[in-house]
Design a protein around this ligand. Structure first.
Ligand code: ASP
Length: 439
């Protein structure tokens, strides 16, 4: 059994957190490959080391004195080293970083040092080999990621390796220029390592006990999802639910490796399993609820529209020409509505309207703004009668006016459009009807 374990910044913010991580790793010998993030916030209002590095580098770039800022970063690491009683010096590394900052080695290089240094500490603490991600995670010179070369380099390097620490978030181009993934990218590194060693499990340790059924800012203490498929996760993440970097699922999905989201502060909790497919019935009919505010709808009406071949294409072409992507497109016999992001649409509103008039000569174009979309996602819906009925009666009881309904033919989700001001009430009503009533 081989597991890759990735620990997020809050799991490695100080020595106490490192000790919890050490206990987790030592309690299971299959946890052989460790991917650390940079130290995160120790308390609310604290600053993540990655942000400190960005700021410090900006100062260096402006020709300002950055030594004090670098010293504050160094202090964060030495606080951990001392707290763990390690006999480890990072003097050489910090001297190198100072020189590289003076030489303007780049913003991505600067940010990557957070994971690099934490990886050094983690390797010393666990007695594992340290592998610099710059040697095994490959980017193209233009910053694009190169998955296949990475997979080759990583599998070759890790093939005979018993245990190793591979820092997250960064890699390098073939000529050694350090590049990073977007923020939160250590999740991607963990997934790449899991793919390369054909791991049995990719454990992603964070500060929540899994992927929650809905946003805890809307519903107090929502329950965690026991198991979720990659497809369900995609639907929910797209609609704003976050727990994992968006790109982290692709490498493991290719190999059918499950991801287990776990809580460093509550290691006894099983967390959420993210899997390709499962015959495990979800506990509730729905798996999750996510949503976003800030959409606009543009409804186009024209008599006998249904007879006009290419009508839909012509309308969508107008949006494409203006560089606006559309979210949903429910249609009736003589009407068609396009949902778009309000902020993308607003500046181009008049060009779009004129474009529609030119393209299809409509009878009427109507617009509505400040709309929210809610996705109710669940593989369990397919085999359960009455799911939609329950959602809409719950919304009616909560006095929420439904503006749009779109059920994908996969029966994996139902998208509901409501007014922005009804968004939270609607999410709570749907959560209550499925989770609080236990079915
Ligand atoms: N340290 C980086 C960030 O703060 C990457 C990560 O934590 O995954 O975004």
């Amino acid at each position: 059994m081989k597991k890759v374990v990735k620990f997020g910044g809050s799991s490695l913010a100080n020595a106490e957190q490192f000790q919890k991580v050490g206990n987790i790793i030592r309690s299971d010998e299959s946890r052989r490959f460790v991917v650390p993030s940079a130290p995160g916030k120790r308390f609310s209002g604290d600053t993540k080391v990655t942000d400190m590095l960005y700021r410090c580098y900006e100062a260096a770039q402006e020709g300002e004195d950055f030594i004090n800022q670098l010293k504050a970063i160094k202090d964060r690491y030495y606080e951990i080293i001392r707290g763990l009683n390690l006999n480890l010096s990072l003097e050489e590394e910090f001297n190198q970083i100072k020189t590289d900052f003076e030489l303007q080695a780049g913003r991505e290089y600067a940010a990557s040092r957070g994971e690099f240094l934490n990886g050094k500490i983690m390797a010393a603490y666990l007695g594992y080999e340290f592998i610099d991600a710059a040697d095994v995670i490959r980017f193209h010179r233009d910053g694009g990621f190169d998955p296949e070369t990475t997979n080759e380099l990583l599998s070759k390097r890790l093939f005979r390796c018993e245990n190793a620490v591979i820092p997250g978030f960064y890699g390098a181009s073939a000529d050694g220029i350090v590049k990073t993934f977007s923020r939160g990218g250590s999740d991607v590194t963990g997934s790449l390592v899991a793919r390369a060693i054909k791991a049995d499990m990719y454990e992603n340790w964070t500060d929540v006990s899994g992927f929650l059924v809905t946003d805890p800012r809307i519903v107090k203490d929502p329950v965690a999802i026991e198991s979720i498929t990659y497809r369900e996760l995609r639907e929910l993440s797209y609609m704003g639910a976050t727990v994992l970097h968006e790109e982290a699922i692709f490498p493991v999905r290719k190999e059918g490796i499950p991801i287990n989201i776990r809580n460093t502060n509550k290691p006894e909790d099983e967390g959420t399993y993210i899997v390709e497919s499962t015959c495990r019935k979800p506990k509730y009919t729905i798996t999750g609820i996510a949503g976003k505010k800030g959409f606009c709808s543009i409804s186009v009406e024209k008599s006998l529209m249904n007879n006009e071949i290419g009508f839909g294409r012509k309308i969508l072409q107008v949006f494409e020409d203006q560089g606006i992507s559309f979210e949903h497109m429910p249609s009736g016999i003589d009407t068609m509505t396009v949902y778009v992001h309000q902020d993308e649409f607003e500046q181009k509103e008049q060009q779009v309207i004129a474009g529609i008039h030119r393209a299809v000569q409509p009878d009427l174009v109507e617009m509505e703004s400040d709309l929210a979309l809610i996705a109710v996602v669940g593989r369990g819906m397919k085999s359960t009668r009455g799911t939609a009925g329950r959602i809409f009666s719950a919304l009616a009881h909560a006095n929420v006016n439904v503006k749009m309904i779109d059920q994908g033919s996969s029966e994996l989700n139902i998208i509901i459009g409501v007014e922005d001001r009804d968004f939270e009430t609607a999410v709570r009503a749907i959560y209550d009807i499925f989770v609080m009533t236990q079915c």
